[in-house]
Design a protein around this ligand. Structure first.
Ligand code: MG
Ligand code: MG
Length: 243
């Protein structure tokens, strides 16, 4: 899990380092794929089955989701523009285990509204990680994220959740970014899972674009997504996808 997480972190960092006005999301995809393969891994998203029956399998290594796009944005010849925000999500299979992580980063100078959204979403992730300790339940982790985000007026996405990660990218349990304290299964040392808060400026209602993958806010408002794969221990949680 550590090795898969580290290679995933390297791939994500390399793609993020290339983000600038004028670069295409296809180029970011190629960069991440190259890093994963150089380290002997396989992109976990490539050929991932569509959640809709008969929908197209996922065609790329990364999700490149811009501004009002939340997740599953398809890499393309589209060039990034100054002032946009882009969420890059990537997964790596290595040695039979999976790493899964995401960040949302600015393209050049961004608005104060966008900057605040990124800061709060990343902070929500780290608060969730901090709550991922023996003695807590999954509901405590979920509630920690929800309470922080909503206290600052952001919408919390309901359709997508964190999840167990191990030999498969998506394992039980689902870990919503909302919930009630003292509910859900207790956390145990050795559990590995991904936390991934997704916050929206305003209503969190979503729709899927005609390409069958890209998920965007109905309002057209900005949204952000940060994710790490972590391990619960008897002490501090280990962030497996941190560099
Ligand atoms: Mg992910
Ligand atoms: Mg995930």
């Amino acid at each position: 899990m550590r090795r898969a997480g580290q290679v995933n972190a390297l791939a994500l960092a390399a793609a993020c380092a290339a983000v600038r006005p004028g670069v295409t999301t296809a180029e970011l995809d190629r960069i991440a794929a190259r890093v994963i393969r150089e380290h002997g891994g396989t992109p976990a998203f490539l050929h991932y089955p569509n959640p809709a029956p008969g929908g197209p399998a996922y065609p790329a290594t990364i999700n490149a989701s811009i501004d009002a796009e939340l997740v599953h944005g398809l890499p393309s010849k589209r060039r990034l523009r100054e002032g946009e925000i882009i969420s890059i999500d990537v997964g790596t299979v290595l040695g039979g285990f999976v790493g899964d992580s995401a960040v949302t980063v600015p393209v050049g100078n961004i608005s104060a509204e966008a900057r605040a959204l990124l800061e709060v979403t990343e902070r929500a992730l780290w608060l969730g990680i901090e709550a991922s300790r023996v003695g807590n339940r999954f509901g405590d982790v979920s509630a920690t994220i929800q309470e922080y985000a909503e206290s600052l007026g952001y919408g919390v996405v309901r359709e997508y959740t964190g999840h167990g990660v191990g030999r498969e990218m998506h394992e039980d349990p689902q870990i919503p970014n909302w919930g009630k304290r003292d509910r859900g299964a207790p956390l145990h040392a050795g559990m590995t899972f991904a936390l991934e808060p997704m916050l929206v400026v305003g209503s969190p209602d979503l729709r899927v674009k005609r390409d069958g993958w890209t998920v965007t806010t109905v309002s057209g408002n900005l949204c952000a997504h940060f994710e790490h794969t972590i391990a619960v221990t008897d002490g501090e949680p280990i962030v497996l996808t941190a560099l």
